[in-house]
Design a protein around this ligand. Sequence first.
Ligand code: SF4
Length: 351
Amino acid sequence: MAKRTTAEKIRIFRSFFTGLKNVYGTYDTKTGRVRQVKEPVTDDVLLAHLAGKQSYGVYLLTGDKTNALAVDFDDDELCLPIAFQAGARRYGMSAYIERSKAKGYHVWIFFEKPVSARKARLVARKILADMEKLEIEIFPKQDSLDSEVSYGNFINAPLFGAIVLKGRTVFVDPAEQTKPYPDQWELLERMQRVPEVRLDAIITSCKLTEQNLINEKPIPEKHSETKNEASYFGLPPCARKMLDEGVSSNQRVICFRLAIHFKRSGIPYDLALVTLKAWALKNHPTNDKRIITESEIETQAKYAYTRSYRGFGCEDPAIAAYCDSNCPVYSHTKSVFSSGVCNNRTEDEIS
Ligand code: SF4
C-alpha cells in the first residue's frame, strides 16, 4: 500500500469532491443534525473531514456544471446500486459504490472536467428509468443554480475519518461482498472519469429528453431472445419478485434462472454472483431445508454463464409460481411452450 502525504491526499480528494468553494455542509456526529457552513472550503476543512473531526458535504452544482454525480440509494439492499453500476457500464461509464454514513449506498460517477449538470442528470435518470427506479434521488438535485436555487443540496463526501474504520463512507467492491477496497487512495487514483462527449453520445443515441423519460415505457413491445426484456436489471417480473422476496423452494433451479437473466441483461459474472449471494440470504426454505450455499450458487451461475441456454424457463413450475401475466414475454412464451422453444431444466438435472 503506497504511502501518500497529507498534501497528496487532499489534492486527490479535492479533485473528486469539489463543488461550490465558499460553502459546505456538515453534520453533528452525536445528534445527526445537519447544517450549512458559509465559509471557504479550505484544505483545513478537507483535512478535518479526512481526520474525522468535522464532516464535509459537497455542494456539487456550480452554475450549471458538476464535477461528479451521485445516486443516493437509501436501502442497505445491494441489488439496486449494483444494477445502477451495471447500467452505467452498459452505457460505457464507470461508476463506484460507496457505503454511506448510516444506511444505504451512494453510487458515484466522476467526470473528466465539469460537465453540464442537466446532461449528467438526464443520463443518470435514464439508467434509473431502465431500472424502473426513477424516484431515486440524484445529486446534484437541480440542473443549475439560479435566483431560486442559490446553493443546491450538499451530499456528504466519502472518507469521513470518524467512521471509515467502521466500513462507512468508503468505496466498496461489489465483487467482494462489498468489502471496502483496501486502499481507497489507490482506487481514487485509478478511477475512470467520464468525458462530456460520452454523455452527449448517450443522450443522442437514446434520444433522451426529460419528457421521454417521464413517458418512458421500459417494457419492450416485442419478445426478443437477445434484447433486455424489462428493466431493473432488465429482468422480467418473475425474476424481480424472486429477487425481492427470496424463495422457499427450488433454490438451485431459481438461482440458475436468475443467473440466465443476469447474463442476458449484460450483468458481469462477478456482479451476478454478488447479487445471487445477497438473494440467498432472503431465502426461507421450508421442510428443514438449508439455504443454497455459496458454492452451489457459483455452480449454477457458472452453468448459466458458460453455456448457451434459450428461453426464460417460464414453463418450469418452479418459475411459473412467480409469473405475472403483464410480463411482455407472457403471450409470446405461452405460444411457444408447445413448440419446445424454451430450454428448461429441472432441479434433478442440476448438480
Ligand atoms: S412470462 Fe412469466 S415466467 Fe416468463 S419471464 Fe415473464 S413473468 Fe417470468
